[in-house]
Design a protein around this ligand. Structure first.
Ligand SMILES: [Zn+2]
Length: 66
């Protein structure tokens, strides 16, 4: 029982298909991938601190001057 191709999804723990069959590997689905990615960025953002760097993006800073 040493299936190195089948690994559990890091996010939900379900069995995820290998990368060649699964574009979202090592996650079982794109949803789990997005969740894990968001969590990772969130942790990184928290670790970075509040005022060490300027925010990478400001989605609401652009004003439409009509
Ligand atoms: Zn999953």
């Amino acid at each position: 029982m040493s299936a190195t191709t089948d690994r559990p999804c890091p996010q939900c723990g379900r069995q995820a298909a290998p990368r060649r069959e699964n574009r979202d590997a090592p996650f079982c689905s794109g949803r789990c991938r997005d969740i894990d990615l968001g969590k990772w960025f969130g942790e990184k953002y928290v670790i970075s601190g509040p005022a060490l760097d300027s925010p990478p993006m400001d989605p609401g800073s652009r004003e439409d001057d009509d």
